[in-house]
Design a protein around this ligand. Structure first.
Ligand code: C2O
Ligand code: CU
Length: 568
């Protein structure tokens, strides 16, 4: 007689436990401070979280609430942290974009970010104040799928590793920023080192002044990734580089690409993976090589003429005869030719939605914005511009200004929707490189479907066009098409991929190429859309979208204390 109730009770307990697991809150206490670090063996003042760079990985399960209490202990420097790839549905003020969604966190102040991670996948976080990201404030966010839920992985694996790729300079972010704003410009130059999980090796260590570089410092010992022979591993790979497009390879181990920016993709196999700043991928590898030796993990600069040594880490087999610390017997892979644009282009095109996870885009757009990406000059300064308008951040964050009705906090004139594309020669240096600056924004009708076409062109120097990884806050967009050459609005939309385009939050615009994307303006807030190269955004390569701010309740007090709103 006693049995059925007991079973019921157990069932009840199991159900409520599952409910608890679904709705966990993950608390983090972070203190941001400057510390001397030896990330590439050379000593550098880095911005750290709880003394570390990269910061701790945030782990959560789909549906969890993440709470990060950030104390700014930088003494003389503001801060803000962006949760890159998290859409912040219902919490636009937690996006962490200084000047767009919040006032900076002042030295000594505390700011609490609270947001829901609504989708599984691999994401990242990083500073979004000035060029602070490049000083070391970055890390990973790993959201696992709710087990058995509709978003569970359509692939199997036995173990998991995480790879955070970065490039690293010895000069401070301030020195870099001041150089970029100087007349004439002092360019940041190529990075001194490439880091894997915050570890690299500066090649000229021994030439530096005594005490400035220590080649045997434990902080720059290469990361070792251990694998069990015969097992399949998921590698979650993210790039937070300030400048570099990278090519990543695991020597002797082909990679099957299965996830991009938190979305499952139709699996495809590569020898090496091109990854742009702001992108994340998951790949699967099989540990099926000779276990008695180690293998290189290698990252190499592509798309710019490399001036930086290969970044390395080590893959080592459990039970093999090689010590995990022993360098592999080979030279590290050097990746594809840095200027092989079509090699990278083809990998971009190969990335489409997983057949079982296709989310078809709306069939047509309500509005199309055509953005010509150019380098320009304003008052002797070198800038980047969209349709000859170079972006500047307003003093009052847009979200704050719009919710408080502070007219005049930013330029009311909307930036241009298009440029004179007919006959525009993208291969020539702009005849008139003059541009204007603006902090105006694009206001989108709530719920409308927006197409953006990013058109690349020649820079100020002849015969040169760079890769720009564009990142959208608050949304994922469908990548409808890529092209090389001039986009023609009368021709190209007819062949857009509306069948199985991948959803992403960051996408490459290849040299002399164009990229077409579509998104739905259905997330109330104000959202930055910009080139993820730190120096390019700093030089004006971005725009801002607004949609549905009238639907938002009052903003939390902590986001509003700056600019024209100060003291209210
Ligand atoms: Cu990861 Cu606005 O950037
Ligand atoms: Cu760029």
């Amino acid at each position: 007689m006693g049995r059925p109730p007991r079973l019921l009770c157990c069932l009840f307990l199991a159900l409520s436990l599952a409910a608890v697991a679904r709705a966990a809150t993950r608390h983090h206490e972070w203190e941001i401070s400057y510390q001397f670090k030896h990330s590439d063996c050379a000593r550098k003042l880095a911005v750290t979280i709880n003394g570390q760079t990269p910061g701790p990985t945030i782990r959560a399960v789909q549906g969890d609430t993440v709470v990060v209490r950030v104390k700014n202990a930088l003494l003389t420097e503001n801060a803000a942290i962006h949760w890159h790839g998290i859409r912040q549905i219902g919490t636009p003020w937690a996006d962490g974009t200084e000047g767009v969604t919040q006032c900076p966190v002042l030295p000594g102040d505390v700011f609490t970010y609270t947001f829901v991670v609504d989708r599984p996948g691999t994401y990242m976080y990083h500073a979004h104040y000035g060029m602070q990201r490049s000083a070391g404030l970055n890390g990973l966010i790993v959201v696992s799928a709710a087990p058995g839920g509709p978003d569970a992985e359509p692939f199997a694996y036995d173990g998991e590793h995480e790879v955070l790729l970065n490039d690293w300079w010895h000069r401070s972010a301030y020195e870099q920023a001041a150089g970029l704003a100087s007349v004439p410009i002092v360019w940041v130059g190529e990075p001194q080192s490439l880091l894997i999980n915050g570890r690299g090796r500066f090649v000229n260590c021994s030439a530096m002044a005594a005490g400035a570089c220590n080649a045997t410092h434990p902080e720059c010992a290469p990361q070792v990734f251990a694998v069990v022979p015969g097992r399949t591993y998921r590698f979650r790979i993210a790039s937070v580089t300030s400048l570099s497009a990278l090519n990543f390879e695991i020597e002797g181990h082909p990679m099957t690409v299965v996830e991009a920016d938190g979305h499952y993709v139709k699996p495809f196999v590569v020898k090496n993976l091109n990854i742009y700043s702001g992108e994340t991928y998951s790949v699967l590898i099989k540990a099926d090589q000779d276990p008695n030796r180690n293998y290189w993990l290698a990252s190499n600069v592509v798309s710019r003429k490399p001036g930086t040594a290969t970044g390395t880490a080590v893959l080592s087999y459990y039970g093999g005869r090689s010590s995990p610390r022993r360098p592999p017997p080979t030279t590290p892979p050097t990746g594809p030719a840095w200027n092989d644009t079509m090699y990278r282009f083809r990998q971009s095109v190969a990335t489409v939605a997983h057949p079982a996870h296709v989310q078809p885009p709306p069939p047509r757009a309500d509005r199309t914005i055509l953005l010509l990406n150019t380098q320009n000059r304003i008052g002797g300064r070198t800038k980047w511009a969209l349709n000859n308008v170079s972006f500047t951040l307003p003093h009052t964050p847009y979200l704050v200004a719009m919710k408080s009705g502070l007219l005049g906090a930013f330029d009311r004139r909307p930036p241009p929707e298009t440029y004179a594309h007919r006959g525009y020669d993208i291969y020539a240096v702009q005849p008139n490189p003059n541009a204007t600056t603006s902090d105006g924004l694009y206001r989108l009708r709530f719920g409308s479907v927006v197409d953006v076409v990013l058109q690349n062109a020649n820079m100020l120097a002849p015969n040169n066009s760079e890769t720009h990884p564009w990142h959208l806050h608050g949304h994922d967009f469908w990548v409808l098409d890529y092209g090389i050459g001039r986009f023609d609005p009368a021709v190209h939309p007819a062949t857009y991929n509306l069948r199985d385009p991948v959803l992403k939050n960051t996408v490459a615009v290849h040299p002399y190429g164009w990229t077409a994307l579509r998104f739905k303006a259905d997330n109330p807030g104000v959202w930055a859309f910009h080139c993820h190269i730190e120096a390019h955004f700093f030089m004006g390569m971005g725009i801002v979208f607004e949609e549905g701010v009238e639907r938002l309740a009052q903003l939390p007090r902590e986001v509003t204390g700056c600019g024209k709103n100060n003291g209210h």
